[in-house]
Structure formats: structure tokens, C-alpha cells
Design a protein around this ligand. Sequence first.
Ligand code: CMP
Length: 140
Amino acid sequence: MMVIQRTLSIIKPDATRRNLIGKINAKIESAGLRIIAQKMLRLTKEQASAFYEVHAERSFYEDLCNNMIRGPVVVQVLEGENAISAYRDVMGATNPASAAPGSIRHEFGESIDLNSVHGSDSVDTAQKEIAFFFSQIEIL
Ligand code: CMP
């Protein structure tokens, strides 16, 4: 079934450092997803830890949070048909080594830790993650 959804995207510090914001946004827009909110910010350790709270018990949590604060991120709200799964296709698999050709992570990801982008994984998560970064008046 086709439904219009919104999902949260983060262009991570490894990608902003390599000047990839435009190339990543081109892939997003080429896939028919609309960027309906976007801002650049630098996360504090507390903010990164809170955002990734769901992974708090995982072995990679500390590295993940540290990688997210190494430089600026671009947080975005994407909208379109089945936006959550559509963006997961555009991103490719979490590990760039397994990501499909043409996907963001295949083209730009350096490793599972430095995989250039994050995207919400469900309707529930998308709602929470969008509200984490954006207020209602910031979203078109
Ligand atoms: P992301 O979509 O931002 O969600 C959590 C991040 O943790 C993930 O992308 C990866 O960059 C990172 N990570 C590191 N190791 C793993 C792992 N074994 N499984 C899942 N995510 C991992």
C-alpha cells in the first residue's frame, strides 16, 4: 500500500567532513523524497547519547556517540510515498560493505561506524526522531 510518510535523516559527521551534503541530498531528491525540513547542528555528547538511547546496551554505543559529535550533522525530515522504507533503500545496508550499488552507503560509507547517514526504521521511531530535532513550525 502507498502511504505518504515522514522519516528522519541525519547526514553524519563523516559525510559533512567530506563535503558530501549536496551529493547525498541529490540521491534523496532523485528518489522522489522531498526534504521538508533541514538544519545543520553540532550535537553534544548528551544529545547524541539520548538520540541513540535504544542502542545503550550495545557494544558499539560509546563509539557511535563519539562519532556523532566529531563534527556537524545535517538533520532532515523527508516526506514521500513509503518514505521510511524508501529512504532505507536509498541509504543501503547499515554496513557499507553490504550496501547495494547506487545507495548512499555503498557510494560514500567508509565503514559500519562511519556510514554517512542515519534513517528512521519504523513509523513509531520516525515520529519520535523527528520530534527529537524539530518543532512543528520548522516543518513545511
Ligand atoms: P545508524 O543507522 O545511525 O544506527 C546506529 C548506528 O550504529 C549504525 O547506523 C552504525 O553506524 C552503528 N553501528 C556500529 N556497529 C553496528 C552494528 N554491529 N550493528 C548496527 N549498527 C552499528
